[in-house]
Design a protein around this ligand. Structure first.
Ligand SMILES: [Zn+2]
Length: 411
């Protein structure tokens, strides 16, 4: 283990700690075991000279790296999350190191192989050291790679005073995977002007866009009577709901769209003859298409009311989050500096959009503009999750460059 670079040693230490978040839990964080890693990180930050590092009552770790250069440099934050996805177990993770990867499939266990069809990015990693699971758990590179990279970045700054940087703030959050990562995040207390989550995928990728997200609920109200005496009296809510689902546009579904295309997605149908509730989510990168989606759903509701007289159909909408680009566009330097840092790390930068939300989107709308930087992992939330050691080192280098870019006087 001692022969591995520091970022890898850290990564292997962190993935050994089970931090799986729970969808069912009512507590915060959703699982107490997440804090096992948070506490370790506080200790390690102290050892790295981050003397004010502490764990707050909500489970967030925050700490400060003081500036080593004078000047009006904005405080920059770096954020990663300790929890792993509820989808697959993160207990007893046994990372497998594949040194000098030769290409082709990697056998995880007797049944499972990681293939280049699943993950074409493997092709660019010949000669690299790939870390996979043993097929029984997820790996936890999402987001323990991001944590290991930020910690190693802090170590690099401590060890090399020639790296000039302003004041930096570090945060490790909980419950990102259950959509609660910023619930109690105190932007004011964090005190950064801008921040970056280190939670993306391929080397070089900077993500500045998320979906605009809404949910829609259709409630179908019927009339239930004994089926033996139901003629002209019964109105079956289930039938109205089924007609509604059947009328949803199949060309605008998650399974038929990609890139910048949006969708309407039915996610849950519950109820019976008397009352049935249909839950849907609406996604697009812009607001105008969401209005079109809402109008489509209204039209379907009208159709169902006409085809199933006697049924009441009520449709309601709720906004979830918005594309963080709407905020980031007002602060172009934040993304530009990240792209410049990637270039200086010797990688080709790529601007990307996330077909989902991020903690960064939430923070951006809370007043802390926060794009997402690559952490290097792939096939998140699955037993096939993998990361290359070289990608982790590139991420550390990008963070080091980024701190320096921010410390340079503006032209
Ligand atoms: Zn993540």
């Amino acid at each position: 283990m001692a022969s591995h670079p520091p970022v890898v040693q850290r990564f292997l230490r962190y993935v050994a700690i089970d931090t799986q978040a729970s969808e069912e839990s009512e507590s915060y964080p959703s699982s107490a075991k997440q804090l096992d890693l948070s506490r370790l990180l506080v200790d390690e930050l102290h050892a790295l000279g981050v003397v004010d590092a502490e764990l707050d009552e909500h489970g967030y770790v925050m700490g400060t790296v003081e500036a080593n250069v004078e000047g009006p440099i904005p405080v920059i934050g770096f954020i990663a999350h300790v929890d792993t996805a509820p989808d697959v177990s993160g207990k007893d993770v046994k990372p497998q190191l594949h040194v000098n990867y030769a290409g082709g499939p990697i056998a995880l266990d007797a049944e499972r192989s990681l293939t280049t069809t699943q993950s074409p990015e493997l092709e660019q990693n010949k000669g690299n050291t790939i870390i996979t699971t043993d097929g029984s758990t997820l790996l936890g590179a999402d987001d323990k790679a991001g944590i290991a990279e930020i910690m190693t970045f802090v170590q690099r700054l401590r060890d090399d005073p020639s790296i000039k940087h302003g004041k930096l703030r570090i945060a490790f959050t909980v419950d990102e995977e259950v959509g609660q990562g910023t619930k109690h995040f105190d932007v004011k207390k964090f005190g950064a002007k801008f921040a970056y989550t280190v939670d993306g995928e391929s080397p070089g990728e900077i993500e500045n866009e998320t979906f605009c997200a809404e949910s829609a609920t259709a409630v179908f109200q019927g009339v239930n009577v004994h089926p033996g005496y139901a003629k002209d009296k019964m109105f079956n809510a289930l039938k109205g709901a089924a007609a509604f689902v059947a009328a949803l546009p199949q060309k605008e579904a998650p399974e038929t769209t990609e890139g910048r295309q949006g969708y309407i997605h039915p996610v849950a149908l519950t109820g019976g003859v008397e009352e049935t509730t249909l839950k849907m989510i609406l996604r697009d990168f812009e607001e105008a298409p969401l209005a079109v989606f809402r109008a489509k759903l209204e039209a379907i509701a009208t159709e169902v009311r006409e085809s199933w007289p006697g049924l009441k159909v009520e449709l309601s909408f709720e906004q979830s989050y918005r594309n963080m680009r709407f905020v980031l566009d007002d602060y172009p330097t934040v993304v530009e500096n990240a792209l410049e840092a990637v270039r200086r790390a010797g990688i080709t930068p790529k601007l990307n959009q996330i077909r989902g939300g991020t903690d960064g989107a939430m923070l951006s709308f809370k007043g802390l503009p926060t794009p997402n930087i690559f952490a290097g992992g792939h096939l998140f939330h699955s037993r096939y999750e993998w990361i290359a050691i070289e990608a982790m080192e590139q991420a550390v280098e990008t963070l080091v460059q980024l701190a320096q870019v921010w410390a340079e006087p503006a032209e």
